[in-house]
Design a protein around this ligand. Structure first.
Ligand SMILES: *[C@@H]1O[C@H](CO)[C@@H](O)[C@H](O)[C@H]1NC(C)=O
Ligand SMILES: *[C@@H]1O[C@H](CO)[C@@H](O)[C@H](O)[C@H]1NC(C)=O
Ligand SMILES: *[C@@H]1O[C@H](CO)[C@@H](O)[C@H](O)[C@H]1NC(C)=O
Ligand SMILES: *[C@@H]1O[C@H](CO)[C@@H](O)[C@H](O)[C@H]1NC(C)=O
Ligand SMILES: *[C@@H]1O[C@H](CO)[C@@H](O)[C@H](O)[C@H]1NC(C)=O
Length: 184
């Protein structure tokens, strides 16, 4: 009992000492600038087949489904300003996704997607936005949280909606992204 009391006292003393320790010269307290809001609408193009496929299954899970539990896909997809692949290229969508639901109902297949949007053009050139979350791949509209970012999108948080514009497993699939980002 006495030992516990002594330990508690020591802990309190340590905390008090930390509180009165003067700030070091290299410790500068700064106020953050004001938070900004950016809304982006962009298009991601997935090519599932061919020698230049941009979204590829790298691990086949234990099911025999085309997309299922344990499957892992890696992506390096072009992002364009407009719906056509031939419109202005503004960056790459790079990341991976893994099947995480055992539900035998194929339409309920869930993936865990972690992806970076890396911008290579315009005012966001060099900046990135990181998204990660539960991907209900067969829903017409999907929502994914924005977890962070770099450059212009430092300390980003937000939300995003993803809609399939056209789906073609032997050709190209186009997805529209509607991204709402709060950042500094
Ligand atoms: C499909 O996408 C690939 C890679 O992005 C591209 O090279 C190819 O031209 C596209 N095909 C069509 C039919 O748009
Ligand atoms: C694949 O990409 C390379 C390099 O960009 C290109 O030279 C080649 O024509 C492409 N092949 C096809 C089938 O699109
Ligand atoms: C998957 O397919 C292979 C070959 O067709 C078969 O041997 C295996 O039993 C199948 N596995 C399941 C889980 O259906
Ligand atoms: C984007 O940034 C890279 C690296 O800083 C630079 O090399 C490139 O020229 C820039 N592109 C445009 C279109 O500004
Ligand atoms: C899917 O893509 C292939 C290859 O580009 C094309 O031949 C086919 O017509 C496309 N299918 C649809 C439904 O657009």
């Amino acid at each position: 009992m006495a030992t516990i009391k002594a330990l508690l006292l020591l802990a309190v003393m340590a905390i008090s000492a930390a509180m009165v320790t003067p700030a070091h010269d290299n410790y500068v307290k700064k106020k953050m600038g004001s938070e900004k809001y950016t809304h982006l609408r962009l298009y991601v193009h997935l090519a599932f087949s061919g020698v230049n496929a941009t979204t590829v299954k790298v691990v086949q899970g234990p099911t025999n489904k085309s997309l299922g539990f344990g499957d892992m896909l890696v992506a390096d997809n072009p992002i364009t300003e407009d719906i056509d692949l031939s419109s202005k290229l503004i960056g790459r969508e790079q990341g991976f996704t893994v099947g995480v639901s055992r539900d035998p109902d194929f339409s309920k297949t869930i993936f865990l997607l972690t992806i970076n949007l890396a911008f290579t053009e315009g005012e966001h050139n060099g900046s990135t936005i990181t998204l990660s979350g539960r991907d209900t791949i067969f829903n017409v509209e999907r929502e994914l949280p924005v977890l962070g970012g770099t450059g212009a999108f430092r300390l980003a948080r937000g939300y995003s909606f993803w809609t399939i514009v056209s789906l073609n497993f032997t050709g190209n699939t186009t997805i529209e992204g509607d991204i709402h980002v709060f950042h500094y």
